[in-house]
Design a protein around this ligand. Structure first.
Ligand code: SF4
Length: 333
């Protein structure tokens, strides 16, 4: 498989206010690595506060990187200077969670989709109206809607407009930050199906951030689970959802309502409380305060992200002893 995106040891730390003479550092993203093969959808799953949005913005160089590298199509995106970055930007587009605020309310939606064509000088000027119409058709919007303003269309249609605008530059990678969580549940499936169809038709690669395991399971081929700025588990979709290894992943998946009733005597894992602050990080495992199976070592020693077989990565001391399943069940039923 050819790699399209490679993120290596990405760190984004924000310098906070000085308190008690000590500068407070927010470890928003703290050593994240993953690779995304061309034409695949890579999901990053985690609660809010896990560092998903900061990771998304860092991949696009929309926030300064503290450390690490981002390579897109073998070019070191993280090393580009400002003027080079403008040129390279057409390769990567982002779709935000909230289609309501990401569209300018004073512009007609046809002009919104045309904007990147004009800004990046794509195609002949005389061809651009037709290019906009083609983009509308591609995302399933009626061409006659081009003259409407964002408030005159539905939430689902707004996200279709965002997709059309993103596709205008013929990107290789689309970064999606919770793209369906703000739209009505009844049209979510329609947007996800559209994204899947576009991926097949255009060979797109997605980096897809979500807190919703169901959405990630539906769309993504590979999944990384993030907790407090770090990846705690990573595997292909089938392995991650059928055989989660990390207690946090188990808890996250167990929280999703299941159609099947509980079977067997495996324990369901409650995911109580909030993640600790990314300013005062715990010494050992970052999940220890909320982990139902934490033991003494967890509070002292940081667990390593290791391959647990067939490239299924997870970081937990109990896995080193092969004990998570014994203590916790598979957490899925
Ligand atoms: Fe829980 Fe310890 Fe594993 Fe962290 S290392 S997930 S606290 S058992």
């Amino acid at each position: 498989e050819n790699t399209l995106l490679e993120v290596q040891d990405l760190k984004v730390h924000f310098g906070g206010k000085k308190l008690f003479r000590k500068a407070q550092i927010v470890h928003a993203v703290d050593g994240v690595s993953f690779t995304v093969p061309k034409g695949k959808a890579f999901g990053i799953l985690g609660e809010s506060g896990a560092g998903k949005t900061t990771t998304a913005l860092a991949v696009l160089r929309l926030v300064p990187l503290t450390d690490g590298t981002v390579r897109i199509d073998d070019a070191e995106f993280s090393a580009l200077r400002k003027n080079e970055l403008r040129e390279a930007r057409h390769k990567v587009q982002i779709i935000f969670q909230d289609p309501y605020s990401s569209l300018n309310p004073h512009r007609r939606i046809g002009d919104i989709v045309r904007e990147p064509l004009d800004l990046m000088d794509i195609g002949l000027e005389t061809d651009r109206d037709q290019m906009v119409l083609d983009l509308f058709v591609q995302v399933g919007l009626q061409p006659e809607l081009t003259l409407l303003f964002p408030h005159q269309i539905s939430g689902g249609q707004k996200q279709q407009v965002c997709l059309a605008r993103a596709l205008a530059t013929k990107p290789a990678l689309i970064v999606c930050d919770e793209p369906v969580s703000a739209i009505d549940i009844s049209v979510r499936a329609q947007i996800l199906n559209l994204m899947r169809k576009l991926q097949e038709d255009l060979g797109l690669t997605y980096l897809f951030f979500s807190r919703d395991p169901g959405v990630v399971q539906y769309l993504c081929d590979h999944v990384a689970v993030m907790y407090l700025g770090q990846v705690v588990e990573q595997a292909d979709r089938i392995a991650l959802f059928s055989n989660p290894q990390h207690p946090y992943t188990k808890a996250l998946l167990a929280a999703v309502p299941k159609v099947r009733p509980q079977v067997g005597n495996e324990k369901k894992v409650p995911l109580a409380g909030d993640p600790p602050s990314p300013i005062n990080l715990p010494m050992g495992c970052r999940f220890a305060d909320r982990c139902p199976v934490a033991f003494e070592k967890c509070y002292r020693v940081v667990p390593e992200l290791k391959d647990r077989g067939n490239g299924h990565m997870a970081s937990c001391h109990l896995l080193d002893k092969g004990l998570v399943t014994a203590k916790l069940g598979n957490g899925l039923e």
